[in-house]
Design a protein around this ligand. Structure first.
Ligand SMILES: NC(=O)c1ccc[n+]([C@@H]2O[C@H](COP(=O)([O-])OP(=O)(O)OC[C@H]3O[C@@H](n4cnc5c(N)ncnc54)[C@H](OP(=O)(O)O)[C@@H]3O)[C@@H](O)[C@H]2O)c1
Length: 300
């Protein structure tokens, strides 16, 4: 089958990028970039790319001629961002700026994956029009990436996603992989109680991106999240209970300044705008678990 539209996934070897590549390959010619870990997915063309190398980025863009660029490079790990702020800036703010600059003549549809750390976490249930006030390195750099979209692209979507759960390709492990693999080995895992999030399935995020690519929606910010708000510890316990692991293996880790054990921050995102505009379904946690059950149980 010949595809007329090509999609360039920057960060295509990652947890999110590789899953998205698999979901998109039937409808599009998919190019996916990797940095250090070459991935292989049938029907997807992988290209090495460092977003810091401007000349190479230009060559990739001119060779692939994408109708759609999806920027999912960089890690979503807040601790890693605090440890290496400069690297975080390169990936989440400078990288999108370079890509947007390199595509300015062709102006493809540009989807930038941001997150809920652009907010300060004091109120939760954040809507798209709420004022962003990042209090973390990762949040500040995401806000830098968002600004690059707004100032350089004529056809962009900034998609702020809550933490997603789903199985990775094994090259870049997600929080969910680490949880599952630790419980599989019968080991204890400490998970934080400090932040509330609207955890949501990765499949739902891919559905949303696929709908967005085909829609006329442009130059706006949209949120993605689930209907159930919880902290990482509660998520781990819910997962253990649902999939037959011992929930006592999931242990609460609470920050020292957190004296009453209540979450310090609420980063939950409100997903109603995307649901209304694109007519997609929001997920309760249990429904998200139903979706990933199909990936986890080996087919006999
Ligand atoms: N995971 C979530 O639930 C979630 C939620 C909201 C937003 N996001 C955002 O989505 C993006 C991807 O998250 P993820 O969890 O999929 O991360 P991940 O699994 O760690 O993947 C990161 C990707 O970035 C690539 N990369 C690293 N350094 C690079 C460089 N210098 N140049 C080009 N590519 C580079 C990696 O390539 P190699 O592996 O080949 O080195 C990999 O493909 C992040 O921006 C994150 O903030 C994720």
């Amino acid at each position: 089958m010949t595809h007329t539209k090509s999609v360039l996934i920057v960060g295509g070897s990652g947890y999110l990028g590789s899953y998205l590549a698999k979901r998109l390959r039937d409808g599009y010619k998919v190019y996916a970039t990797y940095f250090k870990k070459p991935a292989a997915i049938p029907g997807v063309s992988f290209i090495p790319m460092d977003v810091e190398n401007r000349n190479w980025v230009k060559r990739v863009v001119y060779t692939t001629q994408p109708s759609v660029v999806i920027y999912v490079a960089g890690s979503n790990d807040m601790q890693e961002a605090e440890k290496n702020a400069r690297n975080c800036e390169r990936l989440h703010a400078d990288g999108p700026t370079t890509l947007a600059g390199s595509t300015d003549i062709m102006q493809p549809r540009f989807i930038y994956l941001s997150n809920s750390y652009v907010f300060d976490g004091t109120k939760g249930n954040y809507h798209e029009q709420d004022t962003i006030l990042p209090g973390t390195v990762l949040g500040r750099m995401k806000s830098g990436g968002e600004n690059a979209m707004k100032s350089k692209c004529l056809n962009y979507i900034i998609l702020r996603s809550s933490p997603t759960f789903g199985r990775s390709n094994g090259l870049n492990l997600s929080f969910f992989d680490r949880l599952r693999m630790t419980l599989d080995r019968g080991k204890r895992i400490e998970l934080s109680t400090d932040e509330l999030h609207a955890f949501a399935p990765l499949d739902g995020l891919c559905d949303l991106i696929i709908k967005l690519i085909g829609s006329g929606v442009k130059n706006r910010v949209l949120h993605y999240g689930g209907l159930t708000k919880m902290n990482h510890f509660e998520f781990g316990q819910a997962f253990a209970k649902r999939f037959g692991y011992d929930p006592n293996l999931v242990v609460a880790r609470t920050a020292s300044q957190n004296t009453d054990g209540q979450p310090l921050f609420d980063f939950s995102l409100n997903f109603t705008q995307a649901v209304d505009i694109l007519k997609i379904k929001p997920f309760l946690l249990e429904e998200g678990f139903d979706l990933i059950e199909q990936q986890l149980i080996p087919k006999s």
